[in-house]
Ligand binder design. Structure first.
Ligand code: FES
Ligand code: FES
Length: 158
């Protein structure tokens, strides 16, 4: 076992983990956070997406020990003071919220995308979310939601 110290959704944690433990299993089983889902075993669905030091990653492809010393944010950690994160609000307003399996990962991928590229084109949004799958192919409103979130952020910063 290896001790790791990290921050999860703003809380400092110190836990003993097996070196082979995946970050997604650490988040779900050790931290009790269930938003990051395991939707495949091929690193293709994105249901497990979280932020690691501000960058979106598929937590099924990261070992918990690799997150040591870093800041992990899951979908549960996005809202603050009872207010939805602007990306969450945009998903709600634009009907981008779909099932509980794909949506948390979509939202986290969108937050990571807008952190890297605050003013994406539609094509850039499509490319940025290509690692996240909705098995129902309900992508249209998700793309609209991400573009709306980018507009909202631009207005807030203006
Ligand atoms: S569970 Fe991580 S990509 Fe599917
Ligand atoms: S709505 Fe979640 S996989 Fe399609």
């Amino acid at each position: 076992m290896t001790r790791i110290e990290l921050t999860v959704n703003g809380d400092k944690r110190s836990d003993e983990v097996e070196p082979r433990l995946l970050l997604v299993h650490y988040l779900r089983e050790t931290c009790g956070l269930r938003a990051a889902n395991v939707g495949c075993d091929t690193t293709s669905c994105g249901a497990c997406t979280v932020l690691l030091d501000g960058r979106s990653v598929k937590s099924c492809t990261v070992l918990a020990v690799q997150a040591a010393g870093q800041d992990v944010v899951t979908s549960e950690g996005l809202s603050a003071d009872g207010e939805l994160h602007p990306v969450q609000a945009a998903f709600r307003l634009n009907h981008g919220l779909q099932c509980g399996f794909c949506t948390p990962g979509m939202v986290m991928a969108a937050v990571g995308l807008l952190a890297e590229n605050p003013h994406p084109t539609e094509e850039e949004v499509r490319a940025g979310l290509e690692g996240n799958l909705c098995r129902c192919t309900g992508y249209h409103n998700i793309i609209r939601a991400v573009l709306a979130a980018a507009d909202t952020q631009a207005e807030v910063q203006a």
